[in-house]
Each structure stands twice: as structure tokens, then as C-alpha cells.
Design a protein around this ligand. Structure first.
Ligand code: DGY
Length: 324
């Protein structure tokens, strides 16, 4: 007998293919949108495993609804702040994620945002398309140099390191903060400093911390106030790491030069005033969104789920179920 699995929203074929081989009942949500609460509660019922997304709030109610047969919730993301991992552990359910495969892709996007906002690419593109451009001008779209500037990396894990590696090609000075020295960062010549010192000295501040109670609103009014008026904030981590109301104020009052955002406090809703600002580049949580990376994530999530359902320790578990 094969496994009974619910996939809360379609993922690339590479992952579904793996699941089909071992599942007798594979239910993939037919909707190309996040599952509603009701769909989630109904969909998980009686499953051996669930492949879920960062848009699914997997709390104790959902875990209970899955029932006693459920072995795992495999998140199709490296971040797993959407899942109550402790509650899952108490219920003997594995929670897994997809680390590593999206590191370089997400770092690329952080750099795309950094370059877009510092060189005013999106603003200039919009102006060009509007038909109002009347030719080259000495004072048009003046941005800030990237080469030779100082990059501050907050959170020197895999993605933070990949962002820092790219900075060496631009001759940048690199600062980072974290709880301990990170050898990979030291090898790049990066210097570990306290958060406040990083904020005060950096021309670009790039966020790469997971969302936890300790990092919620890590960047608020006080921290934005420490940044240079010529500095930029880049967020490809999680929206709630930044107090978005304070960010809108700082951008509006030109207390910082700009921001490049992939993630938001209340996705998909932007905080009032954000999208009217010219000095912010906003994209739609696309950090890992390339064909190759999303396929690898799909395979990894499927492999995690299948391993757990077979009774094995899944390769990328983020909790330790009490009864497993
Ligand atoms: C993640 O993996 O956490 C990203 O936010 C989505 O790929």
C-alpha cells in the first residue's frame, strides 16, 4: 500500500514525479493560489504526509487535523516560520525544509535588488516607457556606486555568505554581524561587528536571518535611524524582520536612500505608502524563483517527505519528533 499525501499547491514536476512513485493517494490542490484555511484543514485530514508552503500556517489545529497517521510536513522552502515545529514534535511529526539548493539563487536576487535600487534601474525603466525621456541628461537618475562601497550582511549563514562572496568581485568592504566568527566570512576579509556599528558604517545592508521571536522587527525605527542617509536596505529574508511602517517613514523622509524588497510584513499586502515611494524596488517573494532551483526544491521536499513516511530520518529535518 502506498502513502496518502496532500500537496497544498502544485510544485514542479520533478517533485511530484518522486511522490507518484510511492503514493497511492496523491492529492494536489487544484487551485493556483494558497490553500484557504478550510482547504488546508480538510486537505491534511488522514494523510501520511503533507507537502506544504510558506503561505500555509501550520499550527497545532492543522497538525491535529492531519491525524495520528501523519509522519511529516515537508515545507517547500528553507524558511519554516509558518510551521509550529515544537507542536509538530510533540505530535510525533517531522518538519523538514529545503536548505542549500536555493542559496546561490537567493543571493543573486539580493544582488539584483541591490543593483536595481542603487542604480535606479526600475525608475529609469518606468520613465523610459512613459515616453517622457528627452535624451541624455547630466543630472538624470543619479544613483550610488556599488563598487568600493561597504556591504553589511546581517546573518552570515549560507545565503549571507553567498551574498558576501559576490561583493568581493565589486571590491567592497564587507561587514557582518552574528553571534560568532564565521570562518567563511573571515576568508573573504569580512569583519564581524555589532549590529549598530554595521548599520552605521554600511552603504548596503542586506538581511539574511530567519524569522524568529528574536529577529521580528530586528530593523525598526531606531535601527533605520542609525543607517547613513545614503544607505540602502535589502531584504530577501522575511518581511517581519523589518518594521515596515518604520521603513516607509524612513524612505519617505529620505532618512535612508532606498530599499530593495522581496518580502513583506503582511504578504501579499504592502504597508500603506510603500508602493507610492520611488526609492524602493519591490518584487514578489521571488528569491528562489528560477526553474532549476524550484525543481531542486521540489525534489528535496519530496525526498524529505518520503523518507519520513518510510520511517527513516528525513535528510533535512528541523525538529526531532518526540515519539520518532
Ligand atoms: C524560502 O525558501 O524560505 C523562500 O522564502 C522561498 O523559496
Amino acid at each position: 500500500m502506498g502513502f496518502r499525501v496532500f500537496v497544498t499547491r502544485r510544485i514542479p514536476e520533478a517533485g511530484l514525479e518522486l511522490l507518484r512513485r510511492e503514493c497511492s493517494d496523491l492529492h494536489i490542490s487544484p487551485h493556483d493560489r494558497a490553500a484557504t484555511r478550510e482547504e488546508l484543514l480538510r486537505g491534511v485530514a488522514g494523510r501520511d504526509g503533507v507537502l506544504c508552503h510558506l503561505t500555509d500556517r501550520v499550527d497545532d489545529e492543522v497538525l491535529a487535523a492531519a491525524g495520528p497517521a501523519c509522519r511529516a510536513f515537508a515545507n517547500y522552502a528553507v524558511g519554516y516560520n509558518n510551521i509550529d515545529v515544537a507542536a509538530a514534535a510533540r505530535r510525533g511529526i517531522w518538519v523538514t525544509n529545503t536548505p542549500g539548493v536555493l542559496t546561490e539563487t537567493t543571493a543573486d536576487l539580493a544582488w539584483a535588488l541591490l543593483m536595481s535600487v542603487a542604480r535606479r534601474i526600475v525608475e529609469s525603466d518606468r520613465f523610459f516607457r512613459s515616453g517622457r525621456w528627452d535624451g541624455w541628461g547630466p543630472m538624470q537618475f543619479l544613483g550610488h556606486d556599488i563598487h568600493g562601497a561597504t556591504l553589511g550582511v546581517i546573518g552570515a549563514g549560507r545565503i549571507g555568505q553567498a551574498v558576501a562572496r559576490r561583493a568581493t568581485g565589486f571590491g567592497m568592504r564587507i561587514l557582518y554581524c552574528g553571534r560568532r566568527d564565521v570562518p567563511e566570512m573571515q576568508q573573504l576579509g569580512a569583519v564581524r561587528v555589532e549590529l549598530d556599528a554595521l548599520l552605521a558604517a554600511s552603504d548596503f545592508v542586506s538581511l539574511h536571518v530567519p524569522l524568529t521571536d528574536a529577529t521580528r522587527h530586528l530593523i525598526g525605527r531606531r535601527e533605520l535611524g542609525l543607517m547613513k542617509p545614503t544607505a540602502y536596505l535589502i531584504n530577501t529574508a522575511r518581511g517581519p524582520v523589518v518594521d515596515e511602517v518604520a521603513l516607509v517613514e524612513a524612505l519617505r523622509d529620505k532618512r535612508i536612500a532606498g530599499a530593495g524588497l522581496d518580502v513583506y510584513e503582511e504578504e501579499p499586502m504592502p504597508t500603506a505608502g510603500l508602493i507610492e515611494l520611488p526609492n524602493v524596488v519591490c518584487v514578489c517573494h521571488i528569491g528562489s524563483a528560477t526553474e532549476a532551483t524550484r525543481s531542486k526544491m521540489a525534489e528535496m521536499a519530496a525526498m524529505n517527505l518520503l523518507a519520513a513516511m518510510r520511517g527513516e530520518v528525513p535528510p533535512h529535518a528541523v525538529n526531532a519528533p518526540h515519539s520518532s
